[in-house]
Design a protein around this ligand. Structure first.
Ligand code: NAD
Length: 452
């Protein structure tokens, strides 16, 4: 059993079983047995079941959101968005079974057609930072493709995943088609990698664990999608709407207390407007409302755990100057204030390493080429923003930054209609968007001779 702790007050709120290797194998075997019937269901029937699942999740969105506030310390407004995101992603991919097209390819001597066939059992491994959306981005397209799914939430944030597993059954998804297995990464997650009957692993988490998963999957030539770390740049040019860039910058990095793989945790500002930007940025940071995550007005809650609090605090070791900080509650809970480190050189550890907490570095740059050089001076390449009123420059810089998801004059990264994933050590493969089912299907080619 594993105790689940509310990070806003350090109270134990639940105790959840830690599955053994044998129990994990049992879930995988059952998912394998459930696969043929799910795969062979008429596409319209599978679509209807996914729509029903979406509806049930939406009906329980408030309950799921409250659970996430208690388990992960997310603000209630974020948690409501997250629960509805699961419902939206299910509804979006409910349109897929009836559109899982193959192709007819012109060939001599006959007809050539391709089929998209589900790979089989998919293992989805989820981190603690966005337990609901990241689970949904894996299981919704996998189920739509006709795969069955075993899903492992992070040990410290299992509650919403467990509830989603129950809601799937309530919606009529057949038993063992979608199974949530709680427990340790080194036991349950590793079994998804090692078990021959799991034919695909979707992993979101740290780059280090992701590398191990990729190496393990190689032994069985098993497909993987990896969504890993990030150290994204928010690049602000002198010709930008500086007021808007400064006012929005805190929300590009401090959302979810900075525990966001897309956090724009490196702000690069053109030197000619650096001082002006910092003048505007300071009140914006101090204005972020930090406190009880259950209050509608709260914009930032606590860190998820004591371990994460210690890790993030470890970066505030005096090696980089603190320009200013916001405020946060005293007393129990894993609270840290929004913290701005500036000016920071690109060789500094805080510039290079993912902090995954409410800490941002600000670094000046000279010109467009320097901005691109600094933005790409990272082993990661997940997300990022470009602020400029010059459309040509915004497009040039968007094309030059080695990153999977960029936004111009905005901080949005993840929209379920569009592909999401990383360059370099931020990952492999793409989730979401119109092509997500490719990650859960094999392409089968069949040639039919028309010769007499
Ligand atoms: P983590 O890598 O420690 O754990 C992620 C998941 O993997 C957990 O469920 C864990 O139990 C499991 N796991 C651990 N060891 C395993 C093993 N040997 N085999 C199989 N599974 C194992 O990461 P975390 O600390 O939970 O999450 C934070 C990290 O996730 C950050 O680095 C963040 O950037 C990254 N992240 C990336 C994205 C993205 O989309 N790119 C999204 C969210 C989080």
């Amino acid at each position: 059993m594993h105790d689940v702790i509310n990070p806003a007050n350090e109270q134990v709120i639940a105790s959840v079983p830690s599955a053994t290797v044998e129990e994990t194998d049992e879930a995988i075997v059952r998912a394998h047995e459930a696969f043929p019937a799910w795969r062979d269901l008429a596409p319209g029937d599978r679509a209807n079941l996914l729509r029903a699942f979406s509806d049930v999740v939406r009906d329980h969105a408030e309950e799921l959101a409250q659970l996430e506030v208690a388990n992960a310390g997310h603000t209630i407004s974020n948690a409501r968005w997250e629960a509805n995101n699961v419902a939206n992603v299910l509804a979006y991919y409910a349109g897929a079974p009836e559109r899982l097209f193959g192709r007819q390819i012109p060939v001599p001597g006959g007809i050539d057609i391709t089929f998209k066939e589900p790979v089989g059992v998919v293992g989805v491994i989820v981190p603690w930072n966005f337990p609901m959306p990241i689970a949904g981005w894996g299981f919704a397209p996998a189920l739509a493709a006709g795969c069955t799914v075993v899903l492992k939430p992070a040990e410290i944030t299992p509650l919403t995943a467990i509830r989603l597993g129950e809601l799937a059954l309530e919606a009529g998804i057949p038993a063992h088609v979608f199974t949530v297995v709680t427990g340790k990464g080194s036991v349950v997650g590793q079994r998804f990698v090692d078990h021959e009957l799991v034919r695909k692993v979707v992993f979101t988490g740290s780059t280090e664990v992701g590398q191990g998963i990729m190496a393990g999957a190689a032994r069985q030539v098993k497909a993987v999608t990896l969504e890993l770390g990030g150290k994204s740049a928010n690049v602000i040019f002198a010709d930008a709407d500086l007021e808007k860039a400064a006012a929005s910058a805190p929300y590009g990095v401090f959302d979810n207390a900075g525990q966001d793989c897309c956090a724009r945790s490196r702000i690069l500002v053109q030197r000619s407007v650096f001082d002006r930007f910092m003048e505007l940025f300071e009140p914006a940071v101090k204005g972020v409302k930090v406190g009880d995550p259950l209050l509608d007005a709260t914009e930032m809650g606590p860190l998820v755990s004591k371990a994460q609090f210690d890790t993030v605090s470890g970066f505030l070791d005096g090696s980089a100057p603190i320009a200013f900080q916001g405020e946060c509650p005293d007393g129990p809970g894993y609270w840290l204030p929004a913290t701005v480190l500036a000016p920071v050189d690109s060789t500094a550890r805080v510039f290079q390493e993912e902090i995954f907490g409410p800490v941002v570095v600000v670094t000046p740059f000279e010109d467009e080429a320097d901005a691109i050089r600094l933005a790409n001076d990272s082993e990661y390449g997940l997300s990022g923003s470009i602020w400029s009123r010059d459309l040509g420059r915004a497009i040039r810089v968007s094309r030059a930054i080695e990153s999977g998801n960029l936004s111009v004059n905005s901080h949005s990264s993840v929209r379920y209609w569009t592909p999401f994933g990383g360059y370099k050590k931020s990952g492999l493969g793409r989730e979401l968007g119109p092509d997500a089912l490719d990650a859960f299907t094999e392409t089968k080619n069949v040639f039919i001779s028309t010769e007499e």
